[in-house]
Design a protein around this ligand. Structure first.
Ligand code: 1CP
Length: 378
């Protein structure tokens, strides 16, 4: 990969070059080091090391708002697309070609490992994951078997191919957090209040713990597949866990998230943890074992710093809806996020949640450039 400056607008994009093969020496004289030893501002910021500029990537940068995504997907159903290595590679690469992002996120979905172990589910367009036979009792929990790497050969293949395509740019692997996956499985689909989920958490704590423990084991196996195939960071998306109180998080979720982060510790890849509306949980999410705590747009980063224990980097947190406002407003708010991020031991710029489907990709391109320009040398 090389950075190419467009003479018309001065923006930097990446282009695929003939990257040197393993063992050869690259243009800048550096030996073509094994992935784990190459430079990356993203990995450095996650590890709270000094960086030349603030790294940036966008949650849900792949898919959603890109016309070339819709073209590549065509009529292929989402879950089928997630099992076709060439398509996964293409869609993962699309935002990397457009934006000067410092990391790629693997194109998949949090329910892919559940589908792979035989859960009857679908991703319905405009809705999200829908489960045919929701889990409401011990028999349902027992039907969730563990994930074996041979269940997801397309993930291993796509991650492997991507690490070649991406060169120095790190690939982020991901999994769904235990509360969020439990919610889809118990409710049977997307839910506003997570009523049955919380009823099980409060009313049947042993069953709940068994379910979350099983989901943690599945997440561990799924994340290991991605890291062993070449992913250089992982993110645990517990998107909907912000719906519970800190005391319940501590007793009913944290032990399971902790299990996931501990199981990944030996791989020495940065572990990022994110959820929406988790202002009251940020400290606990760090305590669970994340190296980087993702912050949504509701809590300023200079406030989040005080909610999270020392020794953690922060990721976030521009409101994705700001990308629908005039550029100067977006730019001002992005500068604010950068300023607030400077109070953290490490800062990875991101949105406060995923890219909204109506976002103009041109705005994301400008935002990635602004983050680099405004943070260089500061
Ligand atoms: O950048 C990327 O888009 C990478 C791929 C990616 C990721 C990281 C997809 C593709 N999904 C996810 C994670 C994911 N999936 C999360 C966590 C992140 C977040 O909070 O946004 C969640 C909660 C899901 C579940 C899910 N899958 C939803 C949300 C439904 C709800 O409860 O509101 C939806 C709509 C999906 C479908 C889906 N996943 C991904 C895409 C591109 C789509 C749309 C499917 C389509 O185009 O038909």
């Amino acid at each position: 990969m090389v950075n190419v400056v467009n003479p018309q607008d001065g923006r930097t994009t990446r282009s695929r070059d003939a990257s040197p093969a393993a063992g050869e020496t690259s243009e800048n004289g550096r030996a073509n080091l094994p992935a784990a030893r190459r430079d990356s501002t993203f990995l450095d910021a996650c590890r709270r090391r000094p960086v030349a500029h603030t790294p940036v990537w966008f949650m849900r940068q792949a898919g959603r708002s890109l016309p070339e995504y819709r073209e590549a997907r065509g009529t292929v159903p989402m879950l089928e697309a997630c099992a076709i290595p060439d398509l996964i590679v293409e869609i993962t690469m699309q935002p990397v070609r457009r934006y000067a992002v410092d990391a790629a996120i693997f194109f998949s979905d949090i329910v892919v490992p559940l589908k792979a172990i035989g859960v009857d589910l679908d991703i319905k367009p405009g809705v999200g994951p829908v489960i045919a036979d929701p889990i409401r009792d011990a028999a349902g929990v027992d039907r969730l078997r563990l994930l074996d790497p041979s269940d997801v050969p397309y993930v291993t293949e796509a991650v492997g191919a991507l690490t070649g395509e991406l060169g120095d740019l790190p690939l982020i692997g991901f999994a769904g957090g235990p509360f969020t996956l439990a919610s889809y499985l118990i409710e049977g689909g997307p839910s506003k209040n997570h009523e049955r989920t919380k009823a099980m958490m409060y009313g049947e704590p042993e069953l709940w713990a068994r379910l979350l423990d099983r989901l943690a084991d599945i997440a561990i196996a799924y994340l290991k597949v991605q890291v062993e195939a070449g992913a250089r960071a992982i993110q645990l998306f517990d998107s909907w866990v912000g719906g519970i109180a800190p005391a319940d998080y501590r007793t009913s979720v944290l032990p399971h998230s902790s299990k996931i982060f501990s199981a990944l510790e030996a791989y020495d890849v940065p572990r990022i943890h994110f959820g929406v509306g988790t202002g009251e949980l940020l400290g606990l999410m760090g305590e669970a074992g994340a190296d980087v705590v993702g912050v949504d747009w509701r809590v300023p980063l200079d406030d989040a710093v005080h909610r999270v224990e020392a020794g953690k980097a922060l990721q976030g947190n521009l409101d994705p809806a700001l990308l629908l406002a005039p550029w100067e407003i977006t730019a001002d708010r992005a500068r604010q996020v950068l300023d607030q991020g400077r109070t953290a031991e490490g800062h990875v710029f991101n949105l406060g949640h995923g890219v909204l489907p109506n976002t103009d990709p041109g705005m994301l391109a400008r935002l990635a450039d602004l983050v680099h320009e405004e943070s260089t040398g500061r």
